[in-house]
Design a protein around this ligand. Structure first.
Ligand code: FAD
Length: 523
């Protein structure tokens, strides 16, 4: 480990000197606050952990990793940077499931939120009821969504909006948006937060909500960790269903596929009985397996038929929907599903269904993850590209990207997701940046690659973005990883000035979340 670190340091030294920047050796911040300085770690194991993420593409060495035992510790750390003559960058690291160094802090301090989670050992999730808000869970920002699920299920309740994968932190997903097949109906996770405690870039502890400190509330949600560390979030809960009818339908025609998706998400009232609870979609191509790590669904006996259909059409589009139910209404849900799916233009006969428990459905990605982990295939580079695309341009995207770039390059090996969402389920005052159309699609290229082959995916990702730019397709990156000021200004569009204003208000010394490379100003 020492050898690898030494090598990384020397390589970076050469690179940096080559760039004629002044090399700064990592120096532990000079914390004169006795009671937290012992929580700064600069041993190789800590530094290595904080200089890696799920992407395995970017590596930034911090000066130290902070192991907080309380929220006060984090406030003290931020305050000591804010008040210092030599302030240092600070990044909260949830699970480090970002793919391009977003939770890293070169030469700064990475706050390992997992330490806080272990210290608090489950005490940071509590379920209550309010006459106006209904049920909610108060949850530490360092907590995992899987634990939020289990804790709320003990009360027969659950959050309504999820991510596909549950071993992500509450603070991490709320800093982005938190999207999945429930978003079309319930909005992203950021639309389902009532209140938060935040430690700002000045080290101040502020409670914010729609009624109180609204500016900070809106800034932090989707705010890429730029305005404060989320210490607690109050998440809306509703009665948890017990079971899920889960259906997949295969299409050969993209236009029919998206038309059906759009029709289905138009029924989206939160209380509407005849609406779906979940809608996603994905591509099936020869470059990847029919069942992938995100879920195995199609019976093995059908694989040859599906494979030959893929060969015939080059790409199949798989619509994935789900409807929740309780034990006593199993028959009813089948009828309701039948009504909803009536008239859809999928390939006749290519209808697959499963009935699973609610937890099995929500936690569907976990078994694939464990399998990949056991094969040593989880800790590999993940050159992901996640996009939001306006509905009016999704057909152009299909012909220019799915049908051309992807097939031509022939390297795709991960799941490719494509599903629409309703803009009116998002709150435009929040920091998250989305296309300016009532309906927009998310497209996720969730590639895994070898350590020596991620650049080919990176090149493909760049080609896709260039194509969109040339074709005038107004894409927004989700889980963005821009590096220039111009790209960030374009990313936020009309929201950029507001974003900047909020940065100056809540983190004026630009201490927080430097891994996004949004603000380059000296501290
Ligand atoms: P990190 O990667 O550790 O942090 C992300 C950002 O948030 C950083 O800028 C960090 O500084 C900041 N941050 C972390 N904690 C806090 C905090 N408490 N307060 C303030 N800022 C904080 N996303 C979806 O929306 N939908 C999905 O379905 C989905 N599926 C995924 C599946 C897998 C297998 C993986 C690896 C990721 C997936 N993601 C999904 C992406 C995920 O939302 C992001 O990676 C997100 O960053 C959460 O990861 P994390 O908790 O590890 O946060």
């Amino acid at each position: 480990t020492y050898f690898i670190l030494l090598l990384v340091t020397i390589t970076r030294l050469i690179y940096t000197v080559g760039k004629t920047e002044q090399w700064k050796a990592p120096i532990l911040p000079d914390l004169d606050i006795e009671n937290i300085s012992h929580q700064l770690h600069d041993d190789p194991e800590a530094i290595q952990m904080a200089s890696r993420d799920y992407g395995h593409i970017v590596h930034e060495l911090p000066a130290a990793v902070f192991h907080p035992s309380s929220i006060d510790d984090i406030a003290t750390l931020i305050k000591s940077s804010y008040n210092s003559f030599a302030p240092f960058h600070i990044a909260a690291r949830g699970q480090g499931h970002s793919t391009h160094g977003q939770a890293m802090a070169r030469d700064g301090v990475v706050v390992n939120m997992a330490t806080l989670r272990k210290q608090r050992n489950g005490v940071a999730i509590s379920v209550s009821k309010d006459p106006l808000l209904g049920h909610y869970a108060d949850v530490g920002g360092e907590q995992l969504w899987i634990d939020v699920l289990h804790a709320s299920l003990e009360h027969g309740l659950a959050p309504v909006s999820w991510t596909d994968y549950l071993y992500l932190t509450v603070g991490g997903t709320l800093s982005n948006a938190g999207i999945s097949g429930q978003s079309f109906r319930y909005g992203p996770q950021i639309s389902n937060v009532h209140e938060m405690d935040v430690i700002t870039g000045k080290g101040e502890f502020v409670t914010c909500s729609k009624q109180r400190n609204l500016e900070l509330f809106n800034a932090v949600l989707g705010g890429l960790g730029q305005f404060g560390v989320i210490a607690r979030a109050r998440i809306a809960l509703e009665a948890a269903p017990k079971r899920v009818k889960w259906v997949r339908l295969l299409y050969s025609d993209f236009s029919a596929f998206t038309k059906d998706q759009e029709r289905l998400i138009s029924i989206n009232g939160r209380k509407q009985k005849n609406a779906l609870d979940f809608l996603e979609g994905m591509l099936l191509m020869n470059q990847g397996p029919i069942n992938n790590w995100r879920s195995s669904f199609f019976p093995l006996s059908d694989h040859p038929t599906i494979a030959s259909l893929i060969t015939q059409h080059t790409i199949l589009y798989c619509l994935e929907v789900a409807k929740y139910y309780d034990d006593q209404t199993e028959k009813n849900v089948a009828k309701e599903m039948q009504v909803l799916l009536q008239g859809l233009a999928y390939i006749p006969g290519f209808y697959y269904e499963k009935n699973v428990s609610y937890v099995e459905f929500l936690n569907r990605v976990r078994s694939g993850e464990l399998k990949l982990q056991s094969q040593g295939l989880w800790e590999v580079p993940h050159p992901w590209l996640n996009l939001f695309i306006p509905k009016s341009q999704i057909l152009d995207f299909n012909s220019g990207v799915f049908k051309d770039i992807i097939l031509k390059r022939n390297i795709s090996s991960g799941p490719v997701l494509v599903y629409p969402m309703n803009r009116n389920k998002w709150d435009d005052r929040m920091s998250a940046s989305i296309p300016d159309e009532d309906v927009f699609y998310t497209v996720g290229f969730l590639h895994s690659s070898g350590f020596d082959s991620w650049k080919a995916y990176d090149a493909q990702n760049r080609e896709i973005l260039e194509f969109c730019s040339d074709a005038g397709i107004k894409v927004k990156l989700y889980l963005p990883n821009h590096s220039t000021q111009e790209e960030w200004t374009n990313h936020f569009g009309p929201k950029w000035m507001k974003f900047l204003e909020r940065k100056l208000q809540f983190d004026p010394r630009m201490i927080l979340s430097p891994g996004h490379k949004i603000f380059h100003k000296q501290l």
